[in-house]
Ligand binder design. Structure first.
Ligand code: ADP
Length: 495
């Protein structure tokens, strides 16, 4: 793999600027960070030139900051009063992707990376505007600016207002919805002040959601040339009342420019055959021999009874309502029979943190609740578990089920969003399928799916083994999805 560089080597092809608030390995709180890392790399392999524009947060580890080189700086006005702010550019390159970090201590020198909406609104107004300004400053004019989630949602608005008539104004824009739950909502005067955008945008078709409040995501969706989200099912779901988070009408109105493109995973980052974090790396050819070794190592690391004959259920997740944890909570005891262990890795809502800690203390040796963010343990859970639970209330795409399949761990998922689009339910009669699924959001149905999986594991091992190998062989890479994004970029040229 190529080394990091702080220089810029030009290539040919379509120019795409990614604008988003997190990117692995610099800063990641969830799937957005993975996508911001993996999709640019897949696009480079398709011949594009890609720059990824990110805030230079204080929480980015020094080892990455040391790889960045100073690229330039200037002053930029922001706010209704036209206050000026410093914009520094620090740059690094890896495997052909250029990373431009926007440096401003006032906005980015605290938080990890998000703090609270009141401070985050000014931070991301500044970020979206500065992202366009640095493209003009560097004289690198993309064909498409590809913006991600609410934190970058003002970029399409600035593009057609403050930046129209400037060089970057020729670019087209895409806004991708990774999670509609977070929208950047605040009082109208707060957004008006910090964005410095004109009054006429604070109406219902753009920012306004009620007499008092404005919504950054809503404005971005109105102005973007195209909207994508991370699975076809979620693209449909968000036009409904239940999943639309208050923007279903707006999205229904903009549906002609909305489409779903399912995420992949970076198969270099997630490569069980060459995973240094595993005691026994493996491929589809030897998964059935090596998985038990990884299971024993996982049990040992977590202080569980070491026995590869047990059925190990894994969970790697933010601990929030979105992830269906109330379902797990309400059937936990029934799920945990004497042949079963449960391993939980996650942080989040204190309610779930303490309830999983309780299950651990009540079931020592059989349950582990590891309430932390830990990349290495995540790899070991994907490798050492038999099933991974993803019973989400809603799931735009979901990456954990893709990673788990790629590691030969059978997903147990609720049929929603990307989970529905990526996990084919196991059919006991034909033997086809990738995992165990349930449809309605009901704890009993989750329990039933876990029991079906466990029954297949213990009583129909041949079928089970075929599912494991089939999951490992399933193409979950970015290549197909990157091609769909490329087609979309091409289409945009014509509008
Ligand atoms: P979301 O973006 O909604 O959190 P995704 O399934 O799209 O969910 O992505 C979650 C990503 O974050 C996966 O790469 C998963 O392995 C990782 N992850 C989640 N929680 C943890 C944790 N506590 N420790 C390590 N990795 C985690």
């Amino acid at each position: 793999m190529a080394e990091w560089k702080n220089g810029f080597e030009s290539s040919t092809g379509k120019k795409i600027a990614f604008i988003g608030s997190e990117c692995y390995p610099f800063v990641k709180t969830g799937g957005l960070g993975d996508v911001m890392y993996a999709l640019p790399r897949a696009l480079i392999r398709q011949g594009c030139e890609v720059r990824v524009i990110l805030p230079l947060y204080r929480c980015i580890p020094d080892k990455y900051k040391a790889l960045m080189g100073y690229r330039g700086s200037f002053m930029m006005d922001l706010t209704l009063e036209g206050r000026t702010f410093y914009v520094g550019i620090m740059e690094a390159e890896k495997d052909g992707v250029i990373y431009d970090f926007i440096d401003n201590r006032e906005f980015f020198d605290w938080g990890n990376p998000y703090t609270g909406l009141w401070e985050d609104i000014p931070k991301y107004c500044y970020f979206s505007k500065a992202a366009l300004a640095i493209l003009n400053y560097m004289d690198w004019i993309p064909d498409v600016i590809h913006c991600h989630d609410w934190q970058a949602a003002l970029a399409p608005v600035y593009l057609r207002t403050k930046f129209s008539g400037t060089p970057v104004g020729s670019a087209r824009s895409i806004l991708t919805i990774h999670n509609l739950r977070f929208q950047g909502i605040c009082s109208i005067p707060h957004l008006k002040y910090w964005s410095g955008l004109p009054d006429y945008l604070f109406n219902y078709p753009v920012f306004k959601i009620n007499d008092d409040e404005a919504n950054m995501f809503k404005g971005g969706l109105a102005f973007a040339d195209r909207i994508t989200t991370v699975s076809a099912t979620y693209a449909d779901e968000i036009q409904t009342d239940f999943y639309g988070e208050g923007l279903n009408g707006h999205l229904f109105y903009h549906a002609p420019k909305l489409q779903g493109i399912v995420n992949g995973i970076d198969v270099e980052q997630w490569n069980s055959a060459d995973d240094k974090l595993l005691v026994a790396p493996y491929s589809a050819a030897d998964v059935l021999e090596k998985k038990p070794e990884n299971k024993r190592a996982l049990q040992q690391r977590l202080g569980l009874e070491v026995n590869d004959g047990l059925f190990v259920i894994g969970l790697v997740s933010r601990l929030t309502d979105q992830k269906g944890l109330d379902l797990i909570d309400s059937v936990f005891s029934e799920m945990l029979d004497s042949s079963t262990q449960v391993v939980i890795l996650g942080t989040g809502d204190p309610r779930y943190e303490s309830s999983f800690r309780y299950y651990e203390s009540a079931n020592r040796g059989r349950v582990c609740a590891y309430i932390k963010y830990d990349e290495s343990l995540a790899h070991q859970i994907y490798a050492g578990s038999d099933v991974l639970l993803v019973p989400s209330l809603f799931e735009p795409c979901g990456l954990t089920q893709l990673i788990s399949m790629h590691y030969g761990t059978v997903p147990v998922v609720r049929e929603t969003g990307g989970l529905k689009d990526t996990v084919e339910p196991f059919n006991v009669y034909t033997g086809e399928g990738n995992g165990f699924t349930f449809d309605r959001y009901e704890a009993g149905l989750l329990l039933d799916a876990v029991r079906r999986a466990r029954d297949t594991f213990f009583n129909n091992r041949e079928q089970w083994n075929r599912i494991v190998v089939r999951d490992m062989e399933k193409d979950v890479s970015w290549e197909n999805s990157a091609k769909q994004y490329l087609r979309l970029y091409d289409e945009l040229k014509g509008i």
